[in-house]
Design a protein around this ligand. Structure first.
Ligand code: SAM
Length: 291
C-alpha cells in the first residue's frame, strides 16, 4: 500500500501532471491547465506538432518531448528518471484526458511504482459530456472505449456486454460507425441509444433514439466528425438469488412465514406465495391445506 499527499513538500522528486486539453473548443482549457503547462520543466505530448499549436495559442514556452503509443516503452523509464532527478513533467494527449483511450496510464503506473507523485487535473473529455447529454441513465456506466476492429472479435465483445446493466459508453471512428451500430443492433437489440457528434465544436449534434434507428441514420447520412456512442444497459430482469429468499423453504413453510412474520391472513399468504413461486394459487392452497 502507498499513500500520496499530492501537495506536501516533495522528497526531492518532481511531480507527474496529467493535463487534459480541449476536445474541440479551446475555451475548455482550464486556467490551471495553462499554468501547469507553463510551470513544468517538460511536456510529454502524444503529437508534438499538434500540441505545439495549443501551446502557441496560450503562449506557453515549455519544451516538448514526444510520448506516444509507439515510444512509451523506452520513453517511459526515461521520463521517470527525469522525475526522480527533480524535474516536473506534464503529459498531454491530442485531445481530452490522457490515459482515456490515449497514452498516459502506463506512465502513471511507473510513477506510482517509483513513488513519484501523480497529480491529475480535471478537464475536457468526450465520454462524460456524451453520457450526461444522452438522456440515458447515468447512475452506473461502463466505459468500453473502442470496440475491436475485427468483426468476430467485435461481436464477441458485444456478446460479453449483453447482460451488462450499466449504461455503455463507446468511442468510434466515423468510418466504422455504420458497421459498429449495425453489429450493436444485431447483438444488443434495439435499445435506447444516443450519438454525441463533434462535442464542443460548431457542428455539435446529438442523435437520440434506439440502436436500430441510429444504425439507419448512419446508413443514409454522410458520417463525418468524431462520435461517442451511448447505449442503454440491459433492462432484462435477472432472477437474483437474493430475491428468492424462500428458495430453501417448503411451500408450507413459505406460507407460514408470511402468516407468522408478516401477519398476513392465510388467504393473502397463499396468494403471495403463489406469486413468488410463479405457481397456480390452487396448487399452493392444496399443498398448504393437505399437509
Ligand atoms: N482522451 C480522449 C478523451 O478523454 O475523451 C479520447 C481520445 S480517443 C483517441 C478519440 C475518440 O474520442 C474519438 O474517436 C471519439 O470517439 C471521441 N471524441 C474525441 N473528441 C470528440 C468530440 N469532440 N466529439 C465526440 N467524440 C469525441
Amino acid at each position: 500500500m502507498k499513500i500520496q499527499k499530492s501537495f506536501k513538500e516533495s522528497n526531492g522528486t518532481g511531480t507527474l501532471y496529467i493535463v487534459p486539453t480541449p476536445i474541440g473548443n479551446l475555451e475548455d482549457m482550464t486556467y490551471r491547465a495553462v499554468s501547469t503547462l507553463r510551470d513544468v520543466d517538460v511536456i510529454g505530448a502524444e503529437d508534438t506538432r499538434n500540441t505545439k499549436k495549443l501551446l502557441n495559442h496560450f503562449n506557453i514556452q515549455t519544451p516538448l518531448i514526444s510520448y506516444h503509443e509507439h515510444n512509451k516503452q523506452g520513453r517511459g523509464p526515461q521520463l521517470i528518471e527525469q522525475l526522480q532527478s527533480g524535474e516536473s513533467i506534464a503529459i498531454v494527449s491530442d485531445a481530452g484526458m490522457p490515459g482515456i483511450s490515449d497514452p498516459g496510464s502506463d506512465l502513471v503506473a511507473l510513477a506510482v511504482e517509483a513513488e513519484v507523485p501523480v497529480v491529475v487535473l480535471p478537464g475536457a473529455n468526450a465520454a462524460l459530456p456524451a453520457l450526461a447529454g444522452s438522456g440515458i441513465s447515468t447512475e452506473s456506466f461502463l466505459f468500453c472505449g473502442f470496440l475491436p476492429r475485427k468483426k468476430k472479435d467485435r461481436k464477441e465483445e458485444l456478446e460479453r456486454l449483453k447482460r451488462q446493466t450499466a449504461t455503455l459508453i463507446f468511442y468510434e471512428s466515423p468510418h466504422r460507425l455504420k458497421e459498429m451500430l449495425s453489429h450493436t443492433n444485431e447483438v444488443l437489440g434495439p435499445r435506447r441509444a444516443s450519438l454525441a457528434r463533434e462535442l464542443t465544436k460548431r457542428y455539435e449534434e446529438y442523435v437520440r433514439g434506439t440502436v436500430d434507428e441510429l444504425a439507419e441514420w448512419a446508413e443514409r447520412e454522410d458520417v463525418r466528425g468524431e462520435f461517442v456512442v451511448i447505449v442503454e444497459g440491459s433492462q432484462e430482469k435477472v432472477e437474483e438469488e437474493d430475491d428468492q429468499w424462500w428458495a430453501a423453504l417448503s411451500v408450507v413453510e413459505h406460507v407460514d412465514h408470511y402468516i407468522e412474520s408478516e401477519g398476513m391472513k392465510s388467504k393473502t399468504a397463499i396468494k403471495q406465495t403463489a406469486l413468488d413461486r410463479k405457481l397456480p394459487k390452487r396448487d399452493v392452497y392444496q399443498a398448504y391445506h393437505v399437509e
